[in-house]
Design a protein around this ligand. Structure first.
Ligand code: ZN
Ligand code: ZN
Length: 411
């Protein structure tokens, strides 16, 4: 069998990432991170970046085998370490207007057999050291983009019954289709797609709903929205003035729920892959914004631990609308990766909210976000609640009901 990953589509994905994903401007430096297996895509991206006038392109590679070797041989103190120097350097580059590209493709179950205590410590050290970068990215200081590369181990997880080559080919094609990179002119397709998402956000912003009422199998949930919330989706302008599409793919329009105004019960409609564990059939009950009851048929222990992270971990930070007919949902594939799976279904996220999902979000302060009902937490975990049976009503500020979704589709 020839190369299972279409070179033609990989080239289109690289071009799409530079021009639509990043909107890379002349003279801008670019910092890439990628699994070592994604080298063919990194080279194509680098070529497109320099053709677009990039200053300097740098890439930091990761390797799953190196990660496993750490868990096998490293001394105990190693698990409290993280490369702070690297994140400080990257933060400095962002302050000098460098753009950021993350290519994902790590095996989602890589650490499933590793000591969970060591994984927890390593994650904590990493998130502490990474804060200078995370702050600049969540504050949207510079243009950034995430795309995916079909690595072998990830492909085998998604298509376990197929040979490695066949699985890789299937995952590659699924990534290209979801990213619209297999279309004749992906950049034009994304222009159209962004326009559609903008129409939805604009309509929702005009409605300025007080709350959304989700009703489906196992779900009857009233989600109050934050005061001065704003809906976003598709292309957005970073604080450096450059318009980018941070996530490729992306099918969602999303906003900030009110941390104290969520009531009722909700059931997950797809399994959630979190830190190497699968959590399935999540059922939670909210009262005054807080989860007061939670269970799962699989991974319940991990779920309950997540909810203990901090006060905000039991409250919502995001609500997102995705039609059931979205191309990722229609593919029927479970990717075990949030970049894809969250775009297959309406979802909610526990934890931190986005400050950009407020009116004048680029100027809003932390205490204003809190005052207006925005949640804060060290976690942000999306999970899927949409299905072909989901009805959603918007409740206006004066208490009237407006149909938003019927049977999983825009009403
Ligand atoms: Zn989302
Ligand atoms: Zn999210």
């Amino acid at each position: 069998m020839p190369n299972p990953i279409s070179k033609k589509n990989l080239k289109k994905l690289a071009k799409l990432s530079i021009h639509t994903g990043l909107g890379l401007e002349k003279g801008q430096d670019l910092i890439i991170s990628a699994p070592i297996e994604a080298l063919p895509l990194v080279r194509l991206v680098t070529k497109e970046a320099y053709k677009a006038g990039a200053g300097l392109v740098s890439c930091f590679f990761g390797d799953d085998q190196m990660s496993l070797l750490r868990y096998k041989y490293a001394n105990d103190e190693s698990f409290d370490k993280a490369p702070a120097w690297l994140f400080e350097g990257m933060a400095k580059a962002f302050d000098e207007n460098a753009a950021r590209l993350a290519i994902i493709g790590d095996n989602p179950m890589l650490l499933a057999k590793a000591d969970p205590k060591k994984v927890g410590r390593a994650n904590k050290a990493m998130s502490e050291a990474g804060s200078p970068v995370r702050e600049r990215i969540t504050a949207f200081n510079v243009n950034w983009n995430i795309i995916a590369y079909p690595t072998k181990d990830w492909a085998k997880l998604v298509f376990p019954k197929d040979s490695s080559k066949k699985a890789t080919k299937k995952l590659a094609n699924a990534i290209f289709a979801a990213s619209r990179a297999d279309k004749k002119d992906p950049i034009a397709e994304w222009k159209k797609h962004n326009a559609t998402l903008a129409i939805k956000s604009k309509w929702l912003n005009e409605q300025n709903f007080a709350s959304l009422h989700f009703k489906g199998e196992g779900t009857d949930l009233m989600v109050g929205l934050a005061d001065g919330h704003e809906w976003a989706g598709g292309a957005a302008k970073a604080k450096n003035g450059i318009t980018c599409n941070a996530n490729i793919p992306s099918e969602e329009v999303f906003t900030t729920p009110h941390a104290n105004k969520v009531d009722g019960y909700v059931k997950s409609t797809k399994p959630l892959s979190h830190a190497g564990t699968l959590i399935d059939d999540i059922k939670v009950t909210f009262k005054d914004g807080k989860i007061i009851k939670a269970s799962a048929s699989k991974g319940e222990e991990v779920l309950l631990k997540v909810l203990e992270t901090d006060e905000g971990a039991r409250r919502l930070g995001e609500v997102a609308l995705v039609p059931h007919s979205s191309p990722i949902s229609a593919s029927g594939i479970l990717f075990y990766n949030t970049l894809f799976d969250e775009n297959a279904s309406c979802h909610i996220a526990l934890g931190q909210c986005y400050s950009k999902c407020f009116v004048e979000g680029d100027k809003i302060t932390k205490s204003q976000v809190e005052e207006q009902g925005g949640n804060s937490s060290a976690i942000h975990i999306d999970w899927m609640i949409g299905s072909e049976k989901m009805d959603i009503d918007g409740i206006t500020q004066s208490g009237e009901r407006v149909a938003v979704f019927r049977k999983g589709e825009w009403a």
